[in-house]
Write a protein that binds this ligand. Sequence first.
Ligand SMILES: Nc1nc2c(ncn2[C@@H]2O[C@H](COP(=O)(O)OP(=O)(O)O)[C@@H](O)[C@H]2O)c(=O)[nH]1
Ligand SMILES: [Mg+2]
Length: 307
Amino acid sequence: MMTARGSAAPGRGSTRDLARRISMVENESPGYAELLASLAVESSVPVIGITGPPGAGKSTLIDAMLSVLTGDDSPLVLEKGVGVVAVDPSSAFTSGALLGDRLRMSRHFRHAKVYIRSLATRGSLGGLSYKTLEVTDVMKDWGFDLILVETVGVGQSEMEIAALADVTVLVLVPESGDDVQVVKAGLMEAADVIVVNKADRPGAGKLEAYIKEAAGLDPDQSFERPVIKTEATEAKGVGDLLDAALKSHSRLTGKQQEQLLFEKARRLVRDYTLKGLDPVHMKESMLSHLRDGGNLYTFAQHYTDQR
Ligand SMILES: Nc1nc2c(ncn2[C@@H]2O[C@H](COP(=O)(O)OP(=O)(O)O)[C@@H](O)[C@H]2O)c(=O)[nH]1
Ligand SMILES: [Mg+2]
């Protein structure tokens, strides 16, 4: 088979072809189901999810990671390139934020081995776009050496990115006073690598110490969930972050990979099930079921059985 490989085409096919495939999936335009059905079951392309609150420096970190990855001391030999999926919640309202993310990564936007794609969240509750999983899989199938996915963490979405990415990097920053609030229960478990960014700010050391304690890390376990201090604007600590993330990926066991696949399957089944729901019909059914003396639980059971 011939592979069309232009000068600015890191994977198989041109980046224009990739962009077309992604748009097709994003818009569910004709042929998208066939395209999804044709994707390779699993590839070895590492997907690193970067999550954390707005303003934590995720985009800046990715920009710095791209500098390291495309530089002379890159921990990866880039044959096919690096793909970036940036999910920006505010771009649902205005394309300004979307453009902002691109601008922040503009140094690499035209690099032959870097492909950046922004996705709108389309009002979904978390920070994760409905199509992030599909788009990431289209990119994996197309062929990259590494894929980075940026999502804004707002509670539930850290968990969602953890299910989507092979390795989840949680980015936190020292903020005045509320370090402790930021580190909610359950959040640590969702992360494979924890970053304390804006290490130039006062309180970074304190936050680092707090996280290590909260994560229950002792010196013997610290390799399990590394805590890394970075200063994204100066690209400080970014090489360490990449090393930690890649190491975390290389340590994934077959069982863990199976679990990741299962999390994705569960997500897709949930999405597909909800997709077929006609809210008007469902509401009518519910009201009539309640009138007939049922409650919400018998309704839910009945409605699910019916479908
Ligand atoms: N002082 C300081 N500012 C940073 C650092 N990293 C990012 N920033 C700034 O924090 C702001 C938000 O960064 P951005 O990457 O857009 O955050 P995101 O919303 O998490 O993607 C920008 O003004 C960055 O320049 C850092 O290490 N130190
Ligand atoms: Mg950002």
